[in-house]
Design a protein around this ligand. Structure first.
Ligand code: MTE
Ligand code: MO
Length: 526
């Protein structure tokens, strides 16, 4: 009996320790968020540790995460960080009942990790960024010390029964801690949201100028009337989002600047948003695609963008493309959160509509998509062209500098590969026998789509009907009337681009320069 009761008391002591550890970690995070909310929300410990983790994740794992969790990948990462933290905190809590100092030392160690992560972020604004983690760690260590002393007062000696501890004393301290931490966390959130208010106000008051060069009227035949096909223009709220930002940058357009400088820039310049908006703007339909898009995948969207032609700005700055004797062959765009993306200067200046976009489908860029200004270069995957929250353009060479993704083994240059996707029927659908419609989208930005063919099982390739082409920079819809016969069928599609090149059958992974291969779906006709 004595054995059982001492086992029970060991167990309940362990539970107390774990609870103390959890509360201490919660307090640490809440205090850190409060300090971050006052200073800089994106310097919060979960954000900086998450950011550091993202930057160090091997490309294959990142690709897996995007594939598996889609746009929830960052939520999953943050929950993972919190889960690991909770486990370690419970361990430290138990340890602190016996070795009070060890528990607190562990808490402080976490503060150092968080502070280190904060200072290593590319958007770190200085040593102040270490403060949230340090303050949180100190609060966590003190909390752990307090709760541990309530749970196992040192004066009580080492008796297994823990005679001296007061259940009420511990519970009171625990409840008070939880209450104080919750308040601190809520205040932190409040201050953080206030920091974004200048940005929100600047976006709400932004009136987009009329384009000097409007997009040509969209031909009515670009949109097929087939249920289940992707809309030709992707609504902003449905537009895919891919970036490394755990906290979406909220930039106040009033203080925002764009600097253009570097090799061969005879007249470096810094622009305000108003200066950019005062220039003649163009409006263009451009389909954007992510290099991480699997064959048949969702990371593609088409929008009507409004913005400043980039080539003109570069010419004013004295930049010449390599084919006209320019010394810089790479344009590196840098965002407010420190992301870097590199595009060939030649492509940006070859006459295509490379643009610094301020508008997306008739409204200012959403924060998620780069407010106030982002770059787009038709024909290039997003990671080598589409810098969101852009603030700096540096002319350099491919030899001299590798931007973010290139350092992580992705290709230096990455034109978008010709692809076609079957939107309907869906994989494993059960369409009725008889007349049926296979339909979807095909894209080969800046080359255009001239032909789409469909094959049922091992049958011959048959021409699909093409919707009207908007421009060579947009995707193109297609449909194929199919007489569905009972049984299982594999439907495959392939596209031909404006250069006459037929989409390759060869399957490649997304890394290093985009997936190739043909999309197919398997359906069963009952
Ligand atoms: N600042 C910043 N810009 C960025 C990225 C990023 O991580 N940070 N990701 C790029 C990638 S990989 C793609 S595919 C596009 C996606 O743009 P969207 O989120 O508006 O669809 O943004 C590009 N621009
Ligand atoms: Mo991407």
């Amino acid at each position: 009996m004595a054995g059982v009761s001492s086992f029970r008391s060991t167990l309940s002591r362990a539970a107390l320790g774990a609870l103390a550890g959890l509360l201490a970690a919660f307090t640490a995070l809440a205090v850190a968020e409060l300090v971050a909310g006052l200073l800089r929300p994106s310097a919060g410990p979960v954000t900086v540790v998450g950011g550091a983790a993202i930057d160090r994740t091997p490309a294959a794992v990142k690709d897996f995460a995007i594939r598996t969790f889609g746009e929830n990948d960052k939520t999953v990462l943050q929950l993972g960080i919190l889960a690991v933290l909770a486990l370690i905190a419970m361990g430290l809590g138990m340890l602190s009942l016996r070795h009070r100092r060890a528990g607190s030392a562990g808490a402080l160690l976490f503060g150092i990790v968080g502070a280190g992560a904060a200072l290593s972020r590319p958007d770190s604004t200085g040593v102040g960024d270490a403060l949230p983690s340090i303050a949180g760690a100190v609060a966590g260590a003190l909390t752990l010390h307090l709760l541990a002393s309530k749970a196992a007062p040192e004066s009580s000696g080492t008796g297994a029964g823990g005679a001296g501890w007061s259940r009420r004393g511990f519970l009171t301290a625990a409840v008070a801690t939880a209450g104080a931490a919750t308040t601190a966390g809520a205040l932190g959130r409040f201050f953080a949201s206030r920091q974004g208010q200048g940005a929100t106000a600047s976006r709400n008051s932004l009136v987009l100028p009329k384009p000097a060069s409007p997009a040509p009227p969209m031909p009515s035949g670009v949109q097929l009337k087939v249920p289940g096909i992707s809309p030709f223009t992707t609504p902003n709220q449905d537009f895919y989002r891919v970036d490394t930002a755990l906290v979406v940058p909220r930039v106040d357009a009033g203080t925002w600047r764009l600097r253009i400088h570097g090799k061969g820039v005879a007249r470096p310049r810094t622009y305000t948003l108003d200066q950019l908006l005062a220039r003649p703007l163009i409006e263009r339909d451009i389909t954007l695609t992510c290099v991480s898009n699997e064959v048949g995948g969702p990371y593609i969207g088409n929008a009507r963008w409004l913005g400043v032609p980039l080539a003109g700005l570069l010419e004013e700055a004295g930049v010449r493309p390599p084919s006209r004797g320019g010394r810089a062959d790479q344009l590196v765009a840098r965002s407010v959160d420190g992301m870097t993306l590199g595009s060939p200067v030649e492509d940006v200046m070859d006459g295509r509509d490379a643009v610094l976009a301020v508008g997306m489908n008739g409204e200012p860029l959403p924060f998620d998509h780069g407010y106030p200004v982002r770059m787009l270069v038709p024909g290039l995957y997003g990671y080598v062209s589409a810098c969101k929250w852009i603030t700096d353009i540096e002319l350099t060479t491919f030899d001299a500098y590798d931007p973010y993704w290139v350092k992580r083994k992705w290709a230096r240059k990455a034109p978008i590969k010709t692809q076609a996707r079957i939107d309907t029927p869906k994989p494993f659908a059960r369409p009725a026998a008889g007349p049926s419609t296979v339909a979807g989208v095909a894209w080969a930005q800046h080359r255009g789509i001239t032909r789409v063919e469909v094959r049922i099982d091992d049958g011959p390739w048959q021409d699909a009907d093409l919707a009207v082409q908007d421009t060579v920079d947009t995707w193109r819809q297609w449909s194929y009337p199919w007489q569905a016969t009972p049984g299982g069928h594999t439907i495959t599609v392939r596209a031909t681009d404006g250069t006459g090149q037929v989409q390759t059958e060869e399957r490649t992974r997304t890394i290093p320069d985009g997936a190739s291969g043909r999309h197919s779906v398997f359906v069963t006709v009952p």
